[in-house]
Structures are given as structure tokens and as C-alpha cells.
Design a protein around this ligand. Sequence first.
Ligand code: ATP
Length: 235
Amino acid sequence: MLKLSGVHTHYGHIHALKGLDLEVATGEVVTLIGANGAGKSTLMMTLFGAPRASAGRIVFEGEDITRLSPHEVSRRGIALVPEGRRIFPRMTVLENIQIGATFADPANFEADIQRMFAMFPILQQRLQQRAGTLSGGEQQMLAIARALMGRPKLLMLDEPSLGLAPIYIRRVFEIIRELNRDYGMTILLVEQNAHHALRVAHRGYVLQHGEVVLSGSGAELLASSEVRAAYLEAG
Ligand code: ATP
């Protein structure tokens, strides 16, 4: 579904991605792990076209999307739930959900919102509430629901468990599993929480200083002594 070949990204003089190769197949959950500053968020943003890759190629469903704008990338069926969620705090929960459906077929709205309520019952209870009054975990649910309303083919989640209470951390990973198992959603996940993330992932990549240093199945990476030493011992 998605293939990055030799992708480089620069922020001025900072060389953030250094020739990255990565693939995501339809129906997979793929996790990127790595320390702060390894380039995980940059990879997702580069996929989205802001910043653009300075070299290399990004192909999505057979089409070269390397030079597309974020808007064009999202029209191709890629959705990003950014780090920090970025919901609209002064709008209601319902309005935030409606924004997610802006480019979707209006004929699907009712069925899709019912599906969201089944998955995120808390949102149904809070529809008319301002989104900024939700807890961090509820805001993360809203950010995911908003992205799903556009019926993406590929859902990218940047640090979805960051800063959440333990009960919501568990729920976020359950949702990832459910979306993949029940709806066949293809997911690219960036996480500091390597243990949880590798357990839900089919495959994973370890990034260091803008390069892939290790890749394998979720189970292989969980068992790898390098991964254990660098990313799992503390957790
Ligand atoms: P984190 O978990 O801290 O977000 P990360 O793995 O996602 O880490 P990136 O945020 O992608 O890492 O950062 C990769 C490199 O690019 C770092 O050296 C960072 O300082 C730099 N960088 C990231 N965003 C910018 C920006 N907007 N302008 C300049 N440099 C940036």
C-alpha cells in the first residue's frame, strides 16, 4: 500500500531523515519506535507533504505522492492524528466529528457516526459539550473518531498514548487492535510506549538519528536484545 524509498528530509541545515526505506502492506499495523528526535514525527509529516522530502520517493497505492500537498495526500485516503491531538477545543464534540467528514460522502455520515458511537460511547454522551472540556483520553478518542470519519485507507497515529491516564492508554491500544481486526484498517503508529506498540503491531521499525537501524515482526522486535535494552527496560 505504502512504500518509502531512500527518503531524505531537511529542516534547513538539519538532516532529519537520512535515506529511509519503509513499507506498509494493506491490512497491517506497523509501528515506528525510536528515541526523542529520531525522526518519527518527521516521517509522518513528510508522508503528508509538509515538509516535502528533499530526495527519495513515496508511493501510495501505486501513485507517486512525494510532491503532493497535505490536502492532496489526505484526499488520497491518508489520515494523520498528530501528536497532541489538535482537536478544536471551542467547538463541540459533534462539530469536531463533522469536520472529519468534510470530504466524505454525506450519504455515509449517519452510518459512520453510529459506528463511532459504538466504538467511542463517551463521545455520544458528550456530543454538545465543548471539546476542550474533555479529558486528555477523551480528546484522543475524539481525534481518532474525527480522522475515521473521512474513511481513510491508511490511518497514521503519532504518539496516541502520550500523556494519557493508564486506563486510556490501554483503551487506545485496544482501539488500534479493533480497527485493524474488525475493519481491516491499515495503521502506521508512532509510539514511545514500545512495549504496547510492538504487541499490537504486525511489524515494526526502529529509527535512530533519521535512519532505520532495525526492523522485523512485532514479536521479533519485542524479543530483540537491542530493543529491550534501549526501549523496553524502563517500561
Ligand atoms: P519526538 O518523539 O521527540 O517527537 P521524533 O522521533 O518524532 O521525536 P522528530 O520530531 O521527527 O523526532 O525530529 C527529528 C529531528 O528533526 C530532530 O533533530 C528535531 O530537532 C528536528 N526537527 C523536528 N521538527 C523540526 C522543525 N519544525 N524545525 C527544525 N527542526 C526540526
